[in-house]
Design a protein around this ligand. Sequence first.
Ligand code: AMP
Ligand code: MG
Length: 342
Amino acid sequence: MIKRILSLALLTVLVTAVFGGCSAKEKEHTVSFFAMNTYMSVSAYGENSRLAAEQAQAEVTRLDRLWSVTDSGSELFALNSLNSGNSNSVSDDTAELIRFSLEMAELTGGAFDPTIYPVLTAWGFTKDENRVPEDAEIAELLTKTGYRKISQNGNLISLADGTMLDFGAVAKGAAADRTAEIMRENGITSALINLGGSITVIGKNPDNSDWRIGIKDPFGEDYIGILSLSNASAVTSGAYERNFTAADGTVYGHIIDPSTGRPADNDLASVTVISENAALCDALSTALFVMGSEKAVQFCNENGTAYGFDIILITKDKELILSGGAAEKFRLTDKSSTISAD
Ligand code: AMP
Ligand code: MG
């Protein structure tokens, strides 16, 4: 069941603020670091917290080196430098992420597409030198994109001529899943993993209550409400996260609609996806942002149960749309708004 909240005075997105006490008696260890072009922090509680947090940082750093699209020493860079017709044997980590990315691309009808990088570059998002490309340039670049131009046979990967892979929409989620695994391997039963806004919580917080995750207002600095989660991930996508304003005043965001080669421009301001699988949250939050609210709601109705995810959509009209599971876990900050089911 989908619920809609109308007439919100205030709205947001991007999961950033995290609330919840941590009692002094619990052993806590936090690592903060920069990886995958973003700030990350991992807080683990209890015995082994230091070891677990340090292992997590090392692992995320290793995955960053493997999956960086710009670092000439990365496995992805080597793959993107291949001549068409040749194939590379990649690590199990990369092979699994490509397999998952292809599954997500297929599932979302190509709204999620890991080959969009050349188009993203044309819009200047990869170098922060933004520009609006000509239609002909976009059309030419679209001949190089499309997830079907990736061939995978186990660990053997080949790409069509000029096609490039980029895990920008899914790597942080995949790294969060790996971090959660490391926590569990170390016997950690309480942890908060924040990989640049891709949030995963293990167990309950040290006060033995659900972790409270603030959902940020896409139109301002505040948060619109709080998600109560345990053993779950929440990932938000929105154009407000990274965009530029062209000379004519048009705002262009960093999430590209693969069918047009232009920044997604529909009724959505942000999408949050909640599930036990952070990589799924990451891929789907990007894809649903491309779809717009109508298709995103339909997609959730068709796949939410099978894939085990819930959604929170915030529209540009400041309407909040929640799937049933999300509505149970979400409390609005602004109590004057009402939630209605339809
Ligand atoms: P996210 O912040 O997870 O929504 O991912 C956005 C990033 O993914 C962008 O900065 C691009 O690197 C890449 N990207 C943009 N559009 C798409 C798309 N339609 N499918 C897959 N990746 C995309
Ligand atoms: Mg994503």
